[in-house]
Design a protein around this ligand. Structure first.
Ligand code: AMP
Length: 208
């Protein structure tokens, strides 16, 4: 099954995508993670993306589309995948439509006021991508990954000013994708405001 996860930053797409991908044995393809990996490696793409991401703006469509097109050609993506954070603009969705068949777009709906709280409390274990929240999903030991004990970090774009900009960009450029996938008849909306286990159950029901 080829899935697209849609929703504002902080809706829990990444958490749900990594859990579902593991259960289904398909890759979780997060364009944000791919850009962060490119930045960490210091590749040309990473250098181009760095300042844009730190401000919470969008990386240009042509770079993002080329990266995803290439990723979907890899062997592990031939039996399904979850796209998390892509597409984020109508041109990206149209390009995707030209080189992939999407079975379902799942929209994660959360009240705006919860998003800032979720994002500002988010902490990440960089090597594994494991996601925690200081209040809602804390690690066993504060500031440390449960599995490795390594330090957790706060993403630069999870700081207040970048968060506000990311939400603005979401409303202007990404929210129109809801109608795009609705018109194609493949949109499913789930309530992503409850705690993670409940959201995961709704997600599985929605896809059953
Ligand atoms: P995310 O981890 O999905 O919140 O993405 C973090 C940042 O990566 C975004 O704020 C953008 O700067 C960039 N990014 C991720 N996915 C895309 C995309 N599909 N189009 C453009 N920029 C993206």
């Amino acid at each position: 099954m080829n899935l697209v996860f849609l929703g504002p930053p902080g809706a829990g797409k990444g958490t749900m995508a990594s859990r579902l991908a593991e259960e289904m044995g398909i890759p979780h393809i997060s364009t944000g993670d791919m850009f962060r990996a490119a930045m960490a490696k210091g590749t040309e793409l990473g250098l181009k993306a760095k300042a844009i991401m730190e401000a919470g703006d969008l990386v240009p469509d042509e770079l993002t589309i080329a990266m995803v097109r290439e990723r979907l050609q890899e062997s592990d993506a031939q039996n399904g995948y979850i796209l998390d954070g892509f597409p984020r603009t109508i041109p990206q969705a149209e390009a995707l439509h030209g080189f992939a068949t999407i079975d379902r777009a799942v929209r994660f709906e959360v009240a705006e006021e919860s998003l800032v709280k979720r994002l500002s409390g988010r902490r990440v274990h960089k090597p594994s991508g494991r996601i925690y929240h200081v209040e809602f999903s804390p690690p066993k030991e504060p500031g440390k990954d449960d599995v490795t004990g390594e330090p957790l970090i706060q993403r630069d774009d999870d700081k207040e000013e970048a968060i506000r900009n990311r939400l603005k960009v979401y409303h202007e450029q990404t929210a129109p994708l809801v109608s795009y996938y609705e018109a194609k008849g493949i949109l499913t909306t789930i309530d992503a405001s409850p705690e993670p286990d409940t959201v995961y159950e709704s997600l599985k029901k929605a896809l059953a």
